[in-house]
Each structure stands twice: as C-alpha cells, then as structure tokens.
Design a protein around this ligand. Structure first.
Ligand code: NI
Length: 260
C-alpha cells in the first residue's frame, strides 16, 4: 500500500459526495492519504469546505471564486473571502481563474475577479490555486504581472508554458488527464516538470484516472495517476508520492512529516 498521498485539489463539498462523505473521508488516513486541499468555487462552497476541514485533521482548504461562479458575486465578495481565509485550515486562495471554454460570463468579469483575488492572496501571503481552461495567454500574463505563489492546477498547457510557470516559481498540478489514452501534452509536461515543482491532484469528483474514467473520482485514485507519472519519469511510485507530498506541504505551509 502507498503512503504520503497528498491530493492538492479536490471538491468534497460537491453533491456527488453527499451520501457517503463521512465514511469516505474517515477511511483516508488508513488508506495512505496524508493530505487533501478541498477547494471552494464561491463563498458558499468555500464556507462548506472550511466546516468540513474542521472535522478532519488531514483536510485543508482553499477559498475563492472560480471564474465560472460569478452569478452570486456580491460587491463585497473580497471581504467575505478574506474573512474566511482567517480560518487556520485555509492554506490558499482558490479555486480561482479563467475558463474560456464555458463562457457563461463575460471574460471581463472573470479577469477582474481573478486579478482581485490574486492581489488578495499576495496581501495575505497565501498561495493561489489557478484554473486555466483555454485561457493560457491571459492566465500567464496576469501571473507574470502579479507574481503570486501557487499552482496552476490540472495543467493543460504546453511544455513551453510549463517552463514559464516554473520560471515564476509556481507549481504544476497534474491529475487524471495524464492517464487518458489521447493524452499527449500532459504526458510531455509530466516528463518535464522539475521534481520540486510537481504536485498531484484529482479535481474530484471529476477527472477520474484510467481505468475509472467517467466514474466518480476520489483522492483514493491518486495512485493511478502517480503510477503513470512515475512511469514516464522513470522513478519509483512511492518516491514520487513522497516528493509530491513534500512539495504540497512546502507550498501550502503545512508542517512536513518527521523523517528519521
Ligand atoms: Ni477544481
């Protein structure tokens, strides 16, 4: 059995988990899971994740407004996020970012709240968890300008873009997409990312790795993603898990395990 499995991106407030959440999460420590960052996508889900994290030692939280969750955005949303960020289990501002695939809202509004929340993260000295779907150029420009600490999650860009992200000192989050049959870019990126800048994630309940593609994802499926990445990097799976656990703790300012 593997240990030190750190899932840097999950959504355990999602209704997909409502029927069996407690049983599922209670089993994590005995299943080798050492940490989870559950991400809010608006004020309500950020608050729900904070409440959840108070019950589970291994769970940490990111609070923020996703670019696609602007329908209930209020004028003082930044104050609400800032207040939530005071909770000791909050380790990042996220999930924030740009999604030009589903353009429900104007790009202008997405850009505005992305920008404002990175500035808030910088002010609070917290890292950001960034969503970028079909918005590589705008994402990179804003990150270059504001230079936050953080991770670009479920990274879908090219190796060239990954190099730019790493140059900014940021991390690359990889999940189930690296295991998909037609995955080319994520596999190239998995090969390239410097060891100290790689993070593992699920984005559960979405993005289950092969052979569970299309089914509900949980942090328990991280080993399938880790096996694929370890294979393309020609490293041991447990070594990869250990390394990415260390990276996650370093980025999110969570104490490292005591190692002898
Ligand atoms: Ni997500």
């Amino acid at each position: 059995m593997y240990k030190n499995i750190f899932d840097t991106h999950a959504h355990y407030d999602d209704e997909a988990f409502q029927d069996d959440l407690e049983g599922l999460l209670s089993a994590f420590p005995d299943s080798g899971i050492s940490g989870v960052v559950s991400c809010g996508v608006n004020e309500e889900s950020s608050r729900a994740n904070v409440q959840l994290a108070e019950k589970y030692d291994f769970m940490y939280v990111a609070v923020g407004y996703h670019g696609l969750n602007t329908e209930d955005l209020t004028d003082n949303y930044l104050d609400a996020i800032k207040a939530l960020a005071q909770n000791e289990k909050v380790v990042a501002i996220g999930e924030i970012g740009l999604d030009y695939h589903y353009e429900k809202e104007s790009r202008e509004l997405q850009l505005k709240i992305f920008y404002e929340q990175i500035k808030l993260a910088n002010e609070l000295n917290l890292p950001v968890i960034v969503h970028d779907r079909e918005a590589h150029e705008d994402t990179l420009n804003i990150l270059k300008e504001l230079k936050p600490k953080g991770v670009v999650h479920c990274f879908s860009g090219s190796v060239e873009m990954a190099k730019e992200i790493v140059k900014l000192g940021m991390y690359i989050g990889l999940g189930g997409a690296v295991t998909f049959k037609n995955a080319v870019k994520p596999v190239e990126v998995a090969k390239y990312v410097p060891s100290d800048k790689l993070l593992l994630e699920t984005d559960c309940p979405y993005m289950s790795p092969v052979p569970f593609r299309g089914k509900r994802c949980t942090s328990l499926l991280i080993p399938y993603t880790a096996q694929k990445i370890a294979e393309v990097r020609s490293v041991d799976v447990q070594d990869l898990l250990d390394m990415t656990d260390r990276n996650a703790r370093s980025l999110f300012n969570i104490p490292q395990h005591n190692t002898v």
